[in-house]
Design a protein around this ligand. Structure first.
Ligand SMILES: Nc1ncnc2c1ncn2[C@@H]1O[C@H](COP(=O)(O)OP(=O)(O)O)[C@@H](O)[C@H]1O
Ligand SMILES: [Mg+2]
Length: 174
């Protein structure tokens, strides 16, 4: 089973959207997918011995006790932590703290930063990528960028959205 944990301390970064669309796409591909929400459930830990091929976790986006347990458990499991990040200035503020925690929980290598709701090409994106490289911790950032899409907001499944999400999954699972 592959665990995918969508995490960032910043709200509105696209965790829930990316999680939900990824679940739909994996299901469309025929996988058995389970989605857990640490926002709603009190006791989420990594799920074991389940029939699911993929277990996706949408998180409340804070270092709650449950989220910390989840992140710590990720270290020894077949798991990836996806950190969706907007490119606004405010989105960088909590980055050093977030990264220090990922290092503390020994899941830095399992973490993939993803820029969301942004233009694929452009100065800001380049400068954000450089910031992550400059942190000097070997942080991994996906080439894939989640574009601004109207139908993401409306939870429709257009061909374009499916293509975009499918490209994300291919890169993250390769
Ligand atoms: N790629 C996107 N394009 C346009 N709107 C988006 C996109 N991703 C998310 N949104 C919208 O941005 C808001 C925040 O996204 P959400 O997934 O709820 O973030 P989080 O779970 O990190 O708080 C929602 O209203 C969502 O519909
Ligand atoms: Mg959310």
């Amino acid at each position: 089973m592959q665990h995918l944990i969508f995490f960032n301390t910043k709200g509105g970064s696209g965790k829930s959207t990316l999680c939900e669309y990824s679940a739909m796409e994996l299901q469309r591909l025929g996988h058995n997918v389970s989605v857990e929400n640490t926002d709603q459930q009190q006791h989420v830990t990594l799920i074991q011995n389940d029939a699911a091929d993929f277990c996706l976790y949408d998180t409340a986006g804070a270092f709650t006790h449950e989220n910390v347990k989840l992140l710590r458990a990720a270290r020894d499991a077949n798991s990836l932590i996806i950190v969706p990040m907007n490119t606004g200035k405010n989105d960088l503020k909590e980055l050093p703290f977030l990264v220090s925690k990922l290092v503390e929980y020994q899941v830095r290598e399992k973490t993939r930063f993803v820029f969301t709701k942004t233009r694929t090409k452009g100065r800001i994106l380049e400068s954000r990528r450089e910031t992550l490289v400059a942190a000097g911790l070997g942080l991994l950032t996906l080439i894939w960028v989640m574009p601004v899409l109207d139908d993401f907001t409306e939870m429709r499944q257009s061909a374009r959205t499916r293509n975009v999400i499918s490209t994300f999954l291919k890169e993250v699972l390769k």
